[in-house]
Design a protein around this ligand. Structure first.
Ligand code: B4P
Length: 187
């Protein structure tokens, strides 16, 4: 069963596509954004801490997110495969994940970068209209992406794990491109 990481800017379609792929491959879809939004909705201790960062379009502090991932990857349904959507988001988180995967004797098969131009991202996010999809917050999220998350493209290409897929196609075409990549890799 594959273990996949989805990289991409906000609105690149990580959530949309990784949900489809996880269903197709019958593996858990682990979205840090979804876990954090649920924590906010349930007003947990984590949610109370995360809310302000998310509302400003900033990354939630690493120590909160890495503990969330450690706990989630330790659950029984994650032993055979997973898709990580929205994690890692910076080099610190990527380094943590490498150590964690060694500790739990797992590897990552592929890192998929969904590439979409910034102007398309903004249009998509404004159309979605989630609480953090206002113009000012989207601008900040894109800045944070370019400063903190985009360096992961080099991090993973240096490790020969990166595959880039054109995310600027209609939903079905992106899914087909992803399936072609995932099913062509021996697991
Ligand atoms: P996320 O939940 O990860 O959200 P995202 O990056 O904005 O969206 P995604 O790329 O998944 O877009 P989607 O498929 O939904 O993060 C939210 C916040 O949580 C962050 O800003 C941060 O504060 C916090 N956070 C999360 N992970 C963290 C971490 N590891 N560390 C610290 N903080 C963290 O698509 C968007 C829209 O585009 C949808 O409306 C969709 O329908 C549309 N769309 C998708 N593909 C399309 C296509 N091919 N054509 C047309 N429309 C398309």
């Amino acid at each position: 069963m594959p273990r996949l990481i989805f990289l991409g800017a906000p609105g690149a379609g990580k959530g949309t596509q990784s949900q489809t792929l996880a269903h197709w491959l019958n593996i858990p879809h682990i979205s840090t954004g979804d876990i954090l939004r649920q924590a906010v909705a349930e007003d947990t201790h984590l949610g109370q801490k995360a809310q302000a960062y998310m509302g400003r379009g900033e990354l939630v502090p690493d120590q909160l997110v890495v503990e969330m991932i450690r706990e989630r990857l330790g659950q029984p349904d994650a032993h055979l495969g997973w898709i990580l959507d929205g994690f890692p988001r910076n080099v610190t988180q990527a380094a943590f994940l490498e150590v964690l995967l060694q500790e739990i004797n797992q590897g990552c098969d592929q890192v998929i970068n969904l590439a979409v131009p910034d102007d398309v991202l903004t249009t998509r996010l404004l159309g979605r209209g989630r609480q953090d999809d206002t113009e000012a917050v989207i601008r900040r999220r894109l800045e944070v992406y370019h400063q903190q998350t985009a360096p992961l493209i080099h991090f993973y290409s240096d490790r020969n794990q990166l595959v880039t897929v054109n995310g600027d196609q209609d939903l079905e075409a992106v899914t087909q491109s992803l399936l072609a990549v995932v099913t062509s890799t021996p697991q």
